[in-house]
Design a binder for this molecule. Structure first.
Ligand code: ACM
Length: 513
């Protein structure tokens, strides 16, 4: 716990002991917020959470889930029972969650939070805004809120008014579950990290040379054989369709959309090893557990290839409520360029025929993109320009800034170096809308930070590579850009929270933890 919070709580405790007249006159130190909200007005005094405080939500059932979420967050940490109750009117002494049809300027995810000595009122235009605002309430409470049974009395929120809307609608992270497999609980924990920082997209890299990780009922050997190993020769794994649905639901409960990626026509050795008929020569290669890229390709001249893709996209689309299917398309060095272009054009049509839009890595921008397709910039600025000339929007994931699998510096044991090192300040100190000539805010859907898993094998290692970088990407997505010096001062408070949450983070020397 940071010392200012400790002393604020001591004052509060003494106050309670000697029956001060009005404990809500006491100030509490402001916890650092990430992402930094647009408008914050701090005043003196506090709202004290008490046994008997309730969470009122207006008649809208959509936000009952968020009211329950807040109750489930506060109950274990306080030992109180924050009852969730429907009410048409705002109640003093309690939390009030409300949707307002007049607040369309808050958009889908914006919110207004007004905390006075008497009450908390969280207002949004849409239910996602209520959920994002709850994360602000969470961050305004001390880190000990993340742990069971820490404070039974005296938890306090500062008197504050916040109005806050995100700049970009796509604020995501990627997890590569192909190179090393991560199970449902691990993915849920990753989703918890995104949740705390108001991110709203989780891109799952579900198929690559080293493993096929999603059950496809019409092609069962993809997982039976293609999912049976991983980098280094471990046992791999895969999600059944039921498990994948469980992940989608867990994410959706937190207003996070899953973006499933089936990489093709390259990065397909696991599929080719599972079905000999997908290979041009009809022979299945061995499973692959190394880390080379660019050696595999689906057989682009075979009709069966497109029947296969149609089956896969149909099944994945049916399991995925979000609007996008990611088809990879990167590093297809084993596919002739003309074949590659024909392939991407055709697959774009397949994706659209199943009611989804296509996302592809930047190489796919060379094909005949529709303006509703999306290009994920990772390496090639020329391709990004081609995408926007076709009216497609960009997801900004330049490897040298956003790849969370790159080492922090030369001493980092895990990770890769091919696009340089990414210390926490380097990852944070850029503006997606200023990143390259010819691309401005209007061309950008948002930002995504990928975590590739060639070197990352378990949850502790995920945490070490993701923290402290990921909150910075969340802030860039929410605010557009930020001041490093101000941001670095907000990180230590989050470090305390990560300790409480048992997150094994990198203590960058750039930050005074
Ligand atoms: C990539 O890093 N190959 C998209």
């Amino acid at each position: 716990m940071n010392t200012s919070i400790k002393s604020a709580l001591c004052v509060l405790a003494i106050c309670l002991l000697f029956s001060c007249t009005d404990e809500s006159k006491k100030n509490v130190a402001l916890q650092p917020l990430i992402p930094q909200p647009d408008n914050v007005t701090l005043d003196s005094g506090s709202f004290i959470l008490k046994s008997g405080s309730k969470i009122y939500f207006d008649g809208n059932q959509e936000i009952k889930g968020s009211a329950d979420y807040l109750s489930n967050l506060l109950n274990p940490a306080t030992d109180f029972d924050f009852e969730v109750i429907q009410s048409g009117s705002i109640k003093n002494k309690h939390f009030n969650l409300r949707l307002s049809p007049d607040k369309s300027d808050l958009g889908d995810e914006g919110y207004e939070l007004e905390i006075t000595r008497k009450r908390v009122v969280l207002t949004a235009y849409r239910s996602a805004g209520i959920f994002r605002g709850i994360q602000t309430i969470r961050q305004l409470l001390p880190p000990s809120i993340e742990q069971q049974g820490q404070y039974n009395e005296g938890l306090a929120l500062p008197v504050i008014a916040i109005q806050d809307t995100p700049k970009y609608s796509y604020r995501g992270a990627m997890l590569d579950v192909s190179r090393h497999f991560f199970d449902v609980d691990e993915v849920k924990r990753y989703i918890d990290f995104l949740t705390l920082y108001k991110m709203n997209r989780l891109h799952l890299h579900l198929a690559d040379d080293q493993g096929w990780r999603i059950e496809i009922k019409s092609w069962p050997n993809l997982t039976a054989h293609g999912g049976s190993t991983e980098v280094g020769g471990g046992t791999g794994g895969f999600y059944t369709q039921e498990q994948y649905k469980e992940i989608v639901q867990y994410a959706s409960d937190r207003y996070i959309t899953i973006i499933p990626e089936i990489d093709m026509p390259g990065h397909t050795n696991a599929a080719l090893a599972s079905y000999p008929e997908l290979n041009c020569d009809g022979k299945a290669p061995e499973l692959y557990t190394g880390t080379r890229v660019g050696f595999s390709s689906l057989c682009v001249d075979k009709e069966l290839t497109y029947e296969f893709i149609d089956d896969v996209i149909r099944e994945v689309a049916a399991l995925t409520p979000g609007p996008y299917i990611h088809i990879g398309g990167d590093e297809s060095h084993a596919t002739e360029k003309a074949d590659y272009l024909k392939f991407v054009n055709r697959v774009q049509g397949i994706v659209r025929s199943h009611g989804k839009e296509m996302i592809g890595w930047d190489e796919t921008a060379q094909a005949n993109l529709t303006s509703t397709s999306v290009t994920q910039l990772w390496a090639n600025k020329e391709f990004a320009l081609q995408a926007i000339s076709k009216g497609a929007k960009l997801i900004m994931s330049p490897a040298s800034r956003t790849y969370m699998d790159l080492k922090y510096d030369s001493t980092t044991v895990l990770g890769l170096t091919w696009a340089g090192y990414i210390e926490v300040d380097h990852g944070y100190s850029w503006d997606p809308a200023q990143y390259m000539e010819g691309v401005n805010e209007d061309n950008i859907l948002g930002i995504e930070a990928p975590l590739w898993s060639e070197t990352v094998t378990n949850m502790d290692e995920i945490e070490y590579m993701v923290f402290p970088r990921m909150p910075g990407y969340a802030e860039l997505g929410w605010s557009g850009s930020g001041e490093w010096e101000a941001y670095r001062k907000r990180l230590p408070g989050h470090g305390v929270r990560w300790e409480v949450m048992d997150i094994d983070f990198y203590r960058s020397p750039k930050v005074d933890w």
